[in-house]
Every structure is written in structure tokens, then in C-alpha cells.
Design a protein around this ligand. Sequence first.
Ligand SMILES: Cc1cc2nc3c(=O)[nH]c(=O)nc-3n(C[C@H](O)[C@H](O)[C@H](O)COP(=O)(O)OP(=O)(O)OC[C@H]3O[C@@H](n4cnc5c(N)ncnc54)[C@H](O)[C@@H]3O)c2cc1C
Length: 318
Amino acid sequence: MGEKIFDCLVLGGGPAGMSAALYAKRGNIDVAIIDITTLGGQPVNYLEIENYLGFPLIEGWELSEKFEEHINKFNIQKFTNEEIQNVDLVSDIKTIKTLNNTFRAKTVIVATGAKAAKLGIKGEIEFRGKGVSYCAVCDGAFYRDKEIVVIGGGNAAVEEGMYLTKFAKKVYIMHRRNELRADKIVQKRAFENKKIEFIFDSIPLEINGGNKVEKLIYKNVKTDEIKELNIQGVFPYIGFSPNVEFFNGQIVQDEKGFIRVDENMRTSEVGVFAAGDVRKTPLRQVITAVSDGAVAGMSAVKYLEEVEMLAKEGVLEA
Ligand SMILES: Cc1cc2nc3c(=O)[nH]c(=O)nc-3n(C[C@H](O)[C@H](O)[C@H](O)COP(=O)(O)OP(=O)(O)OC[C@H]3O[C@@H](n4cnc5c(N)ncnc54)[C@H](O)[C@@H]3O)c2cc1C
């Protein structure tokens, strides 16, 4: 990209990134989005969204397309198929290196999302969207009166398991140890829930079925006994990990790597903001991602205005 210095570079073109770019551009700054693939983010990969306000039922790819059509009206530069390799977020002028290019900017908004940790067992990929889901809030309603199994023992697994009892006839929670990692108060609520049955000391081995999930094969790790569970849904909740491999710890993250931000989406580094699933947040959804993006975009604009004002007063270089 030669010597060009963007006002703002948005890393990741999912819902958070597109929203951030829109708000930044409407604040009259020069903004570009970089993404490893095309724009759209996670929604492109799953079927239906039922909880985005204003759209009672919309295909993920269709909502992403609407987001992109919207930002296209604002002449925002897009650099797709650019995998971010490493970055310098600490210097005044930030540098982003992809496989093919080097980009420089006064501000950066990190919106690279997160990925669900995978079980890595047979059937997991084949049955994704056909009984295997990583999002109870999104897909729970499809399991009305069905029997399902949640894999994991932390807060997310137990809380999502309880959420799923709103729809499912029965929810098994399978954990590899003999006690849960979830907070005691969360555990207490789950133990009191009549629809939940715990399967401890057990690990999943294989998911199988016909067109949809029908069974989970699992093993008791204490007795080595192999068993079967007749279920129609498998929800792995063994964790999410943020897409932050390229940072090298340049900004403050929590113990799982999620970026810590304040209410203005400011990170620990001046001029660096984060939005969406990549940040530490209580809810990872499209609606919260676009909300974060809006705040981050506006914060980048305000930050640049402040820098410019201080430069005019001779306190800083613009
Ligand atoms: C199976 C499933 C179903 C879901 N269903 C729903 C639902 O029904 N409703 C709902 O509201 N939410 C749902 N969600 C959650 C929702 O998809 C996310 O909360 C939302 O997409 C987060 O947006 P984001 O922009 O923060 O991240 P993402 O959507 O993950 O976008 C991140 C972007 O960053 C890019 N990127 C990542 N790493 C790099 C890199 N190194 N270099 C360049 N680019 C990079 C990615 O290509 C991607 O485009 C679901 C999630 C899953 C997994």
C-alpha cells in the first residue's frame, strides 16, 4: 500500500467490522476493511437467524449481503483475501502486515471474531447444521421437545444447557471430569432443573445418524465402558477462542485471549479499539457485534478529532 496512511483500518469484515467501518466513514474519516476471506463473517456459514431485530427469519448469508450493500453506499475500501499475519499496534502509526501487503493507519479497530473450539470427533463436521450446533441462543428453538446433549462443564456449557431446557424435552450435560467447572450458583440452578441429567467422567467419541444426528457414542473415562445416547442434538461448549494469533500480546487480553475494552471499545493501546466476538463480552451475537462496531467506529472518529485538536494547539503532531 506504499506510503498511504489510513485514518482507520478495520481488521475483520464480519458484522462488527462492517458496522465499525460504516460509523467511522460516516464520521468523515478515511477507512478500510481487511479480511482473510470475503466480507460477512460467521453468519455467512450458518443457515437461519431468528433473533436479529427487524428480521424475524433471515438466512445468514442474506443478512451479511444486506450489511455489505449498506457499506457499499459509503465507498469504504475493502481488502479481501488478505490474511493478517502480524501487526504493530503500539507505535503511533499502526502497521498491519498481510501475506501480500503492508497497511498503515492512525487507528485500528480489531474485529476478527472468535471460533468455537471443536470436539474433533467423527461426525462433528458432517452433522454441523444437521444436529450439531455451537450456538444455543441461535438454534435452541429448533430442538423443541427433542433430546439433546451439551458437551462441557464450564459456565457456558451449563448456562446454555439450562437455556436449552426451555425447548428440549431433556438435556444431558456431559463432562469429562466428575465435577463441573461452572460457578457454584450456576451449578446449583442446573442441579435443580428437572430436565437436566448429568453424565460425568465421560467424553464423546462419535456422532452418528442418517440425514440428521441420532446418536452420540461416548466413553466413561474411569471404567472405559463405551455407551450410546439417543439424542437429536449435540451442542459442544468446550470454549471459544478469539482470532488474535497475530497480536503477540500487544494489547491487554483476558486469560482466554479475549480483548479487554472499556465502554468506548478502547483497548489498552491508544488508538486501538476492539469490537464483537473478539472482545471480552457477556453475549456473542450479531446484534451485540454491530452495536460494538458502532461504538468503536465513533470512538475512532472522536480520537482522531482530539488528536487533530491537540495538534492545532501545538501539543501533539497530527
Ligand atoms: C453456528 C453459529 C450460529 C450462530 N447463530 C446466530 C444467530 O442465529 N443469531 C446471532 O445473533 N448470532 C449468531 N451467532 C453468533 C454470531 O455469528 C457472532 O456473534 C457474530 O458473527 C460476531 O460478529 P464479529 O464481526 O464479531 O465476528 P465474525 O462474524 O467472526 O467476523 C470476523 C471476521 O474477521 C475475519 N478474520 C478472522 N481472522 C482474520 C485474520 N487473521 N485476518 C483477516 N481477517 C480475519 C473473518 O474472516 C471474519 O470475516 C452464531 C454463531 C455460530 C458459530
